[in-house]
Design a protein around this ligand. Structure first.
Ligand code: PMP
Length: 443
Protein backbone atom coordinates (compact mmCIF):
# COMPACT_ATOMS: atom_id res chain seq x y z
CA UNK A 1 0.00 0.00 0.00
CA UNK A 2 1.62 3.18 -1.04
CA UNK A 3 -0.95 5.80 -0.29
CA UNK A 4 -4.06 6.58 1.67
CA UNK A 5 -5.99 6.94 -1.57
CA UNK A 6 -5.22 3.40 -2.65
CA UNK A 7 -6.31 2.05 0.69
CA UNK A 8 -9.63 3.83 0.61
CA UNK A 9 -10.39 3.12 -3.05
CA UNK A 10 -12.12 -0.24 -2.64
CA UNK A 11 -14.17 1.08 0.24
CA UNK A 12 -15.71 3.80 -1.85
CA UNK A 13 -16.84 1.16 -4.30
CA UNK A 14 -18.31 -1.07 -1.67
CA UNK A 15 -19.32 1.16 1.13
CA UNK A 16 -23.09 0.70 0.92
CA UNK A 17 -23.07 -2.08 3.43
CA UNK A 18 -19.59 -1.70 4.78
CA UNK A 19 -20.27 -2.67 8.32
CA UNK A 20 -22.36 -5.69 7.55
CA UNK A 21 -19.59 -6.99 5.37
CA UNK A 22 -17.55 -9.64 7.07
CA UNK A 23 -14.24 -11.14 6.30
CA UNK A 24 -14.52 -14.78 7.12
CA UNK A 25 -11.51 -16.58 8.43
CA UNK A 26 -11.41 -20.21 7.63
CA UNK A 27 -8.73 -22.43 8.98
CA UNK A 28 -8.21 -25.20 6.58
CA UNK A 29 -8.52 -28.58 8.20
CA UNK A 30 -10.86 -30.34 10.56
CA UNK A 31 -8.88 -29.71 13.72
CA UNK A 32 -8.52 -26.03 13.00
CA UNK A 33 -4.85 -26.05 12.22
CA UNK A 34 -2.99 -25.13 9.08
CA UNK A 35 -2.44 -27.89 6.55
CA UNK A 36 1.19 -27.15 6.02
CA UNK A 37 3.95 -27.40 8.55
CA UNK A 38 4.55 -23.66 8.53
CA UNK A 39 4.73 -21.93 11.93
CA UNK A 40 1.61 -22.38 14.02
CA UNK A 41 0.55 -18.81 14.01
CA UNK A 42 0.33 -18.67 10.22
CA UNK A 43 -2.63 -20.09 8.40
CA UNK A 44 -4.40 -20.19 5.05
CA UNK A 45 -7.11 -17.62 4.88
CA UNK A 46 -9.90 -17.83 2.34
CA UNK A 47 -11.17 -14.39 1.51
CA UNK A 48 -14.90 -14.24 1.03
CA UNK A 49 -17.01 -11.15 0.84
CA UNK A 50 -20.71 -11.38 1.45
CA UNK A 51 -23.45 -8.86 1.06
CA UNK A 52 -26.49 -8.46 3.25
CA UNK A 53 -28.70 -7.41 0.30
CA UNK A 54 -29.31 -10.82 -1.18
CA UNK A 55 -27.38 -12.96 1.28
CA UNK A 56 -25.28 -14.50 -1.45
CA UNK A 57 -21.57 -14.45 -1.95
CA UNK A 58 -20.60 -11.83 -4.43
CA UNK A 59 -16.96 -12.68 -4.65
CA UNK A 60 -14.83 -15.63 -3.70
CA UNK A 61 -11.21 -15.03 -4.13
CA UNK A 62 -7.79 -16.38 -3.44
CA UNK A 63 -6.31 -18.13 -0.45
CA UNK A 64 -3.53 -16.32 1.32
CA UNK A 65 -1.03 -17.36 3.94
CA UNK A 66 -1.57 -14.97 6.81
CA UNK A 67 -0.23 -14.19 10.23
CA UNK A 68 -3.15 -15.10 12.44
CA UNK A 69 -3.88 -12.33 14.95
CA UNK A 70 -7.52 -13.22 15.24
CA UNK A 71 -8.06 -16.68 16.71
CA UNK A 72 -8.64 -17.73 20.31
CA UNK A 73 -5.82 -20.23 20.14
CA UNK A 74 -4.29 -18.71 23.29
CA UNK A 75 -1.97 -21.54 24.24
CA UNK A 76 -1.31 -22.72 20.70
CA UNK A 77 -3.03 -26.09 21.23
CA UNK A 78 -5.13 -25.64 18.07
CA UNK A 79 -1.90 -25.97 16.17
CA UNK A 80 -0.34 -29.36 15.63
CA UNK A 81 1.04 -30.51 18.98
CA UNK A 82 3.48 -33.32 19.60
CA UNK A 83 1.49 -34.65 22.59
CA UNK A 84 -2.12 -33.76 21.75
CA UNK A 85 -2.38 -34.42 18.03
CA UNK A 86 -1.33 -38.12 17.91
CA UNK A 87 -3.68 -38.84 20.79
CA UNK A 88 -6.59 -37.03 19.11
CA UNK A 89 -5.95 -39.05 15.94
CA UNK A 90 -5.81 -42.28 17.92
CA UNK A 91 -9.13 -41.48 19.63
CA UNK A 92 -10.66 -40.68 16.24
CA UNK A 93 -9.70 -44.16 15.06
CA UNK A 94 -10.83 -45.84 18.25
CA UNK A 95 -14.08 -43.99 18.96
CA UNK A 96 -14.98 -42.29 15.62
CA UNK A 97 -15.83 -38.59 15.32
CA UNK A 98 -19.18 -38.98 17.07
CA UNK A 99 -20.77 -41.17 19.71
CA UNK A 100 -24.06 -40.81 17.81
CA UNK A 101 -25.85 -40.90 21.12
CA UNK A 102 -26.61 -38.73 24.12
CA UNK A 103 -24.82 -39.05 27.44
CA UNK A 104 -27.48 -41.13 29.16
CA UNK A 105 -27.98 -43.65 26.36
CA UNK A 106 -24.75 -44.77 24.70
CA UNK A 107 -22.84 -41.50 24.48
CA UNK A 108 -20.63 -41.71 27.56
CA UNK A 109 -17.19 -43.12 26.85
CA UNK A 110 -14.39 -43.49 29.38
CA UNK A 111 -12.96 -40.30 27.82
CA UNK A 112 -16.04 -38.34 28.90
CA UNK A 113 -15.76 -39.45 32.50
CA UNK A 114 -12.01 -38.85 32.49
CA UNK A 115 -12.34 -35.30 31.12
CA UNK A 116 -15.01 -34.43 33.69
CA UNK A 117 -12.80 -35.52 36.57
CA UNK A 118 -9.82 -33.70 35.09
CA UNK A 119 -11.70 -30.45 34.45
CA UNK A 120 -13.20 -30.46 37.95
CA UNK A 121 -9.82 -30.90 39.60
CA UNK A 122 -8.20 -28.37 37.23
CA UNK A 123 -10.66 -25.59 38.06
CA UNK A 124 -10.81 -26.52 41.75
CA UNK A 125 -14.40 -27.73 42.05
CA UNK A 126 -15.71 -31.11 43.25
CA UNK A 127 -17.46 -32.07 40.01
CA UNK A 128 -18.00 -31.13 36.36
CA UNK A 129 -20.10 -31.99 33.32
CA UNK A 130 -19.18 -31.36 29.68
CA UNK A 131 -21.30 -30.43 26.67
CA UNK A 132 -20.72 -30.52 22.91
CA UNK A 133 -20.81 -26.76 22.46
CA UNK A 134 -19.71 -23.80 24.57
CA UNK A 135 -22.54 -21.59 23.39
CA UNK A 136 -25.12 -24.25 24.24
CA UNK A 137 -23.53 -24.76 27.64
CA UNK A 138 -24.65 -21.28 28.67
CA UNK A 139 -27.88 -21.18 26.76
CA UNK A 140 -29.01 -24.61 27.98
CA UNK A 141 -27.73 -24.54 31.55
CA UNK A 142 -28.99 -21.15 32.71
CA UNK A 143 -32.67 -22.10 32.18
CA UNK A 144 -32.10 -25.25 34.24
CA UNK A 145 -30.60 -23.26 37.10
CA UNK A 146 -33.27 -20.60 37.33
CA UNK A 147 -36.80 -19.91 36.09
CA UNK A 148 -39.91 -17.85 36.73
CA UNK A 149 -39.74 -16.13 40.09
CA UNK A 150 -35.95 -16.00 39.96
CA UNK A 151 -33.75 -12.99 39.24
CA UNK A 152 -30.72 -12.91 36.96
CA UNK A 153 -28.40 -9.95 37.31
CA UNK A 154 -26.20 -9.87 34.26
CA UNK A 155 -23.18 -7.75 33.32
CA UNK A 156 -24.24 -5.41 30.50
CA UNK A 157 -21.56 -6.81 28.18
CA UNK A 158 -22.14 -10.50 28.78
CA UNK A 159 -21.87 -12.81 25.77
CA UNK A 160 -24.84 -13.63 23.54
CA UNK A 161 -24.97 -17.24 24.85
CA UNK A 162 -25.57 -15.90 28.36
CA UNK A 163 -28.17 -13.42 27.14
CA UNK A 164 -29.95 -16.21 25.29
CA UNK A 165 -29.86 -18.53 28.29
CA UNK A 166 -31.14 -15.78 30.57
CA UNK A 167 -33.99 -14.90 28.20
CA UNK A 168 -34.93 -18.54 27.76
CA UNK A 169 -35.08 -19.12 31.51
CA UNK A 170 -38.21 -17.05 32.14
CA UNK A 171 -36.51 -15.40 35.13
CA UNK A 172 -36.58 -11.62 35.59
CA UNK A 173 -33.43 -10.08 34.12
CA UNK A 174 -31.70 -6.95 35.40
CA UNK A 175 -28.47 -5.62 33.97
CA UNK A 176 -25.67 -3.90 35.84
CA UNK A 177 -23.12 -1.52 34.39
CA UNK A 178 -20.26 -3.40 32.84
CA UNK A 179 -17.76 -4.66 35.42
CA UNK A 180 -18.97 -2.19 38.07
CA UNK A 181 -19.40 -3.89 41.47
CA UNK A 182 -20.88 -0.72 43.02
CA UNK A 183 -23.66 -0.67 40.46
CA UNK A 184 -24.20 -4.41 40.93
CA UNK A 185 -24.71 -3.70 44.64
CA UNK A 186 -27.21 -0.94 43.83
CA UNK A 187 -29.19 -3.23 41.51
CA UNK A 188 -29.16 -6.03 44.10
CA UNK A 189 -30.23 -3.75 46.93
CA UNK A 190 -33.12 -2.32 44.93
CA UNK A 191 -34.24 -5.76 43.74
CA UNK A 192 -34.27 -7.17 47.25
CA UNK A 193 -36.07 -4.11 48.66
CA UNK A 194 -38.87 -4.51 46.08
CA UNK A 195 -40.37 -7.51 47.78
CA UNK A 196 -39.77 -6.55 51.39
CA UNK A 197 -43.26 -5.34 52.38
CA UNK A 198 -44.63 -8.73 51.37
CA UNK A 199 -41.86 -11.13 52.09
CA UNK A 200 -38.23 -11.17 52.99
CA UNK A 201 -37.61 -13.48 50.08
CA UNK A 202 -38.94 -11.65 47.07
CA UNK A 203 -37.06 -13.87 44.63
CA UNK A 204 -36.82 -17.62 44.56
CA UNK A 205 -33.13 -17.15 43.91
CA UNK A 206 -30.76 -14.56 42.54
CA UNK A 207 -27.90 -15.41 40.18
CA UNK A 208 -25.27 -12.86 39.19
CA UNK A 209 -23.59 -13.72 35.87
CA UNK A 210 -20.16 -12.39 34.86
CA UNK A 211 -17.29 -13.33 32.55
CA UNK A 212 -13.65 -13.88 33.52
CA UNK A 213 -12.26 -11.92 30.57
CA UNK A 214 -14.70 -9.93 28.46
CA UNK A 215 -14.24 -10.99 24.86
CA UNK A 216 -14.96 -7.64 23.24
CA UNK A 217 -13.11 -5.60 25.86
CA UNK A 218 -10.13 -7.75 26.83
CA UNK A 219 -10.88 -6.74 30.38
CA UNK A 220 -10.48 -8.86 33.51
CA UNK A 221 -13.55 -9.24 35.70
CA UNK A 222 -13.51 -7.33 39.00
CA UNK A 223 -14.09 -10.71 40.55
CA UNK A 224 -12.99 -10.22 44.18
CA UNK A 225 -15.28 -7.20 44.56
CA UNK A 226 -18.18 -8.90 42.76
CA UNK A 227 -17.81 -12.01 44.92
CA UNK A 228 -17.90 -9.82 48.04
CA UNK A 229 -21.15 -8.15 46.90
CA UNK A 230 -22.72 -11.51 46.07
CA UNK A 231 -21.80 -12.87 49.49
CA UNK A 232 -23.22 -9.81 51.22
CA UNK A 233 -26.58 -10.19 49.47
CA UNK A 234 -26.58 -14.00 49.38
CA UNK A 235 -26.73 -14.14 45.60
CA UNK A 236 -25.30 -17.04 43.62
CA UNK A 237 -22.45 -16.28 41.24
CA UNK A 238 -22.05 -17.79 37.77
CA UNK A 239 -18.66 -17.20 36.11
CA UNK A 240 -18.07 -17.73 32.37
CA UNK A 241 -14.36 -18.39 31.92
CA UNK A 242 -14.44 -18.96 28.14
CA UNK A 243 -11.54 -16.57 27.56
CA UNK A 244 -9.73 -16.86 30.86
CA UNK A 245 -9.44 -20.56 31.67
CA UNK A 246 -6.06 -21.80 30.49
CA UNK A 247 -5.12 -18.32 29.33
CA UNK A 248 -4.37 -16.53 32.60
CA UNK A 249 -3.17 -17.43 36.08
CA UNK A 250 0.23 -18.83 36.99
CA UNK A 251 -0.83 -22.40 36.28
CA UNK A 252 -3.56 -21.52 33.77
CA UNK A 253 -6.44 -21.84 36.21
CA UNK A 254 -8.05 -18.63 35.07
CA UNK A 255 -9.17 -15.45 36.79
CA UNK A 256 -9.68 -17.04 40.21
CA UNK A 257 -6.01 -17.93 40.31
CA UNK A 258 -4.91 -14.61 38.81
CA UNK A 259 -7.01 -12.45 41.12
CA UNK A 260 -6.73 -14.58 44.25
CA UNK A 261 -10.37 -15.72 44.46
CA UNK A 262 -11.11 -19.08 46.09
CA UNK A 263 -12.98 -21.28 43.56
CA UNK A 264 -15.15 -22.37 46.49
CA UNK A 265 -16.66 -18.86 46.40
CA UNK A 266 -17.89 -19.34 42.82
CA UNK A 267 -21.11 -21.34 42.70
CA UNK A 268 -21.14 -22.15 39.00
CA UNK A 269 -17.98 -22.19 36.94
CA UNK A 270 -18.54 -22.32 33.22
CA UNK A 271 -15.93 -22.49 30.50
CA UNK A 272 -15.36 -23.51 26.90
CA UNK A 273 -12.77 -25.74 25.28
CA UNK A 274 -12.62 -23.67 22.09
CA UNK A 275 -9.99 -21.21 23.22
CA UNK A 276 -7.02 -22.26 25.32
CA UNK A 277 -7.55 -25.99 24.83
CA UNK A 278 -7.83 -25.89 21.04
CA UNK A 279 -10.91 -28.11 20.98
CA UNK A 280 -14.72 -27.87 21.00
CA UNK A 281 -17.32 -27.97 23.74
CA UNK A 282 -17.98 -26.47 27.13
CA UNK A 283 -18.16 -27.40 30.80
CA UNK A 284 -19.93 -26.54 34.01
CA UNK A 285 -18.08 -27.18 37.27
CA UNK A 286 -19.59 -26.92 40.73
CA UNK A 287 -20.62 -28.89 43.77
CA UNK A 288 -21.38 -32.62 43.42
CA UNK A 289 -25.06 -31.94 44.08
CA UNK A 290 -25.25 -29.22 41.42
CA UNK A 291 -23.59 -31.34 38.76
CA UNK A 292 -25.70 -34.36 39.59
CA UNK A 293 -28.82 -32.21 39.36
CA UNK A 294 -27.72 -30.90 35.96
CA UNK A 295 -27.00 -34.40 34.72
CA UNK A 296 -30.51 -35.52 35.70
CA UNK A 297 -32.36 -32.51 34.39
CA UNK A 298 -30.52 -30.61 31.67
CA UNK A 299 -32.01 -31.37 28.22
CA UNK A 300 -28.63 -30.70 26.58
CA UNK A 301 -27.18 -33.58 28.65
CA UNK A 302 -30.15 -35.89 28.26
CA UNK A 303 -31.07 -35.37 24.64
CA UNK A 304 -28.08 -33.93 22.77
CA UNK A 305 -25.32 -36.06 21.27
CA UNK A 306 -22.35 -36.08 23.58
CA UNK A 307 -19.10 -34.27 22.96
CA UNK A 308 -17.07 -35.69 20.08
CA UNK A 309 -14.47 -38.17 21.47
CA UNK A 310 -11.45 -36.70 19.62
CA UNK A 311 -12.45 -33.27 20.93
CA UNK A 312 -12.63 -34.74 24.44
CA UNK A 313 -9.23 -36.36 24.00
CA UNK A 314 -7.80 -33.04 22.84
CA UNK A 315 -8.99 -31.40 26.08
CA UNK A 316 -7.58 -34.22 28.22
CA UNK A 317 -4.22 -34.00 26.46
CA UNK A 318 -4.08 -30.20 26.60
CA UNK A 319 -4.80 -30.16 30.34
CA UNK A 320 -2.14 -32.83 30.89
CA UNK A 321 0.40 -30.70 29.02
CA UNK A 322 -0.60 -27.66 31.10
CA UNK A 323 -0.17 -29.73 34.28
CA UNK A 324 3.19 -31.07 33.08
CA UNK A 325 1.84 -34.64 33.05
CA UNK A 326 3.20 -35.18 29.56
CA UNK A 327 6.63 -35.27 31.17
CA UNK A 328 7.75 -31.90 29.80
CA UNK A 329 7.52 -28.32 30.95
CA UNK A 330 5.95 -27.16 27.68
CA UNK A 331 2.70 -26.29 29.43
CA UNK A 332 4.42 -23.95 31.87
CA UNK A 333 6.37 -22.42 28.99
CA UNK A 334 3.18 -21.82 27.00
CA UNK A 335 1.62 -20.02 29.95
CA UNK A 336 4.65 -17.77 30.34
CA UNK A 337 4.77 -17.21 26.60
CA UNK A 338 1.14 -16.16 26.18
CA UNK A 339 1.51 -13.73 29.07
CA UNK A 340 4.81 -12.27 27.82
CA UNK A 341 3.52 -12.07 24.24
CA UNK A 342 0.31 -10.35 25.33
CA UNK A 343 2.02 -7.85 27.58
CA UNK A 344 4.65 -7.08 24.94
CA UNK A 345 2.09 -6.57 22.16
CA UNK A 346 -0.19 -4.45 24.33
CA UNK A 347 2.58 -2.18 25.55
CA UNK A 348 4.01 -1.72 22.03
CA UNK A 349 0.58 -0.80 20.65
CA UNK A 350 0.16 1.75 23.43
CA UNK A 351 3.59 3.20 22.78
CA UNK A 352 2.55 3.76 19.16
CA UNK A 353 -0.47 5.79 20.26
CA UNK A 354 -3.27 3.25 19.70
CA UNK A 355 -6.17 3.25 22.10
CA UNK A 356 -6.09 -0.30 23.41
CA UNK A 357 -8.72 -1.68 25.77
CA UNK A 358 -8.27 -4.31 28.42
CA UNK A 359 -5.85 -5.30 31.14
CA UNK A 360 -2.34 -6.61 31.32
CA UNK A 361 -2.05 -10.40 31.03
CA UNK A 362 -5.22 -10.54 28.92
CA UNK A 363 -4.50 -12.06 25.47
CA UNK A 364 -7.50 -10.18 24.05
CA UNK A 365 -6.71 -6.62 23.02
CA UNK A 366 -9.19 -4.47 21.18
CA UNK A 367 -7.76 -1.52 19.23
CA UNK A 368 -10.37 1.20 19.00
CA UNK A 369 -11.30 2.29 15.47
CA UNK A 370 -14.54 4.09 16.50
CA UNK A 371 -15.65 5.09 13.00
CA UNK A 372 -17.24 2.06 11.27
CA UNK A 373 -15.88 3.29 7.92
CA UNK A 374 -12.41 2.49 9.20
CA UNK A 375 -13.22 -1.20 9.63
CA UNK A 376 -12.69 -2.33 6.05
CA UNK A 377 -9.77 0.05 5.68
CA UNK A 378 -8.07 -1.50 8.67
CA UNK A 379 -8.81 -5.17 8.01
CA UNK A 380 -8.17 -4.95 4.31
CA UNK A 381 -5.02 -2.93 4.80
CA UNK A 382 -3.67 -5.56 7.20
CA UNK A 383 -4.75 -8.32 4.87
CA UNK A 384 -2.85 -6.78 1.98
CA UNK A 385 0.21 -7.28 4.15
CA UNK A 386 -0.78 -10.88 5.02
CA UNK A 387 -1.88 -10.10 8.53
CA UNK A 388 -5.35 -11.38 9.46
CA UNK A 389 -7.22 -9.39 12.08
CA UNK A 390 -10.80 -9.60 13.25
CA UNK A 391 -12.80 -6.40 13.34
CA UNK A 392 -15.87 -6.07 15.48
CA UNK A 393 -18.71 -3.66 14.95
CA UNK A 394 -22.41 -3.09 15.35
CA UNK A 395 -24.41 -5.03 16.52
CA UNK A 396 -21.64 -6.74 18.54
CA UNK A 397 -20.56 -3.28 19.77
CA UNK A 398 -22.36 0.09 19.83
CA UNK A 399 -22.32 1.65 16.33
CA UNK A 400 -19.59 4.17 17.04
CA UNK A 401 -17.37 1.89 19.09
CA UNK A 402 -16.01 -0.26 16.28
CA UNK A 403 -12.74 -1.97 17.03
CA UNK A 404 -10.20 -4.47 15.79
CA UNK A 405 -9.76 -7.32 18.22
CA UNK A 406 -6.30 -8.80 18.40
CA UNK A 407 -5.89 -12.19 20.04
CA UNK A 408 -2.41 -13.21 21.06
CA UNK A 409 -1.17 -16.78 21.28
CA UNK A 410 1.70 -18.61 22.90
CA UNK A 411 2.48 -19.90 19.42
CA UNK A 412 3.36 -16.43 18.12
CA UNK A 413 7.07 -15.92 17.83
CA UNK A 414 8.67 -12.57 18.65
CA UNK A 415 9.19 -12.09 14.88
CA UNK A 416 5.47 -12.71 14.26
CA UNK A 417 4.57 -10.09 16.83
CA UNK A 418 7.02 -7.55 15.47
CA UNK A 419 5.73 -8.13 11.95
CA UNK A 420 2.14 -7.69 13.17
CA UNK A 421 3.05 -4.49 15.01
CA UNK A 422 4.81 -3.04 11.97
CA UNK A 423 1.80 -3.66 9.74
CA UNK A 424 -0.72 -2.40 12.29
CA UNK A 425 1.35 0.71 12.85
CA UNK A 426 1.61 1.38 9.12
CA UNK A 427 -2.14 0.98 8.54
CA UNK A 428 -2.84 2.92 11.73
CA UNK A 429 -0.91 5.89 10.34
CA UNK A 430 -2.66 5.67 6.98
CA UNK A 431 -6.20 5.61 8.31
CA UNK A 432 -5.60 7.81 11.33
CA UNK A 433 -6.45 5.60 14.29
CA UNK A 434 -3.57 6.51 16.60
CA UNK A 435 -5.83 8.57 18.79
CA UNK A 436 -3.51 8.90 21.77
CA UNK A 437 -0.12 10.56 22.14
CA UNK A 438 2.75 8.15 21.70
CA UNK A 439 3.99 6.83 25.03
CA UNK A 440 7.58 7.77 25.79
CA UNK A 441 10.06 4.89 26.02
CA UNK A 442 10.68 3.92 29.63
CA UNK A 443 14.32 4.28 30.64
N1 PMP B 1 -18.96 -17.54 26.38
C1 PMP B 1 -18.18 -16.53 25.95
C2 PMP B 1 -17.80 -15.44 26.91
C3 PMP B 1 -17.73 -16.50 24.63
O1 PMP B 1 -16.94 -15.49 24.21
C4 PMP B 1 -18.10 -17.55 23.75
C5 PMP B 1 -17.64 -17.58 22.30
N2 PMP B 1 -16.53 -16.92 21.96
C6 PMP B 1 -18.92 -18.55 24.24
C7 PMP B 1 -19.34 -18.52 25.56
C8 PMP B 1 -19.38 -19.66 23.33
O2 PMP B 1 -18.38 -20.60 23.22
P1 PMP B 1 -18.12 -21.52 21.94
O3 PMP B 1 -17.60 -20.64 20.88
O4 PMP B 1 -17.12 -22.47 22.47
O5 PMP B 1 -19.41 -22.15 21.57
Amino acid sequence: ISSKKELYAPIVLENEDFYTRRLYLRIQDCFGRPISSAPDSWFDLVERYSTDCNKTLIRTSKTRRCLNLGSYNYLGFASSDEYCTPRAIESLKRYSPSTCSNRVDAGTTNLHTEVEELVASFVGKPSAVVFGMGYATNSAIIPVLIGKGGLIISDSLNHSSIVNGARGSGATIRVFRHNTPLHLEEVLREAIAEGLPRTHRPWKKIIVIVEGIYSMEGELCQLPEIVAVCKKYKAYIYLDEAHSIGAVGKSGRGVCELLGVDPADIDVMMGTFTKSFGSCGGYIAGSKELIQYLKYTCPAHLYATSMSPPAVQQVISAIKVILGEDGSNRGAQKLVRVRENSNFFRSELKKMGFEVLGDNDSPVMPIMLYNPAKIPAFSRGCLEEDVAVVTVAFPATPLLLARARICISASHTREDLIRGLEVISQIGDLIGIKYLPMEPEKQ
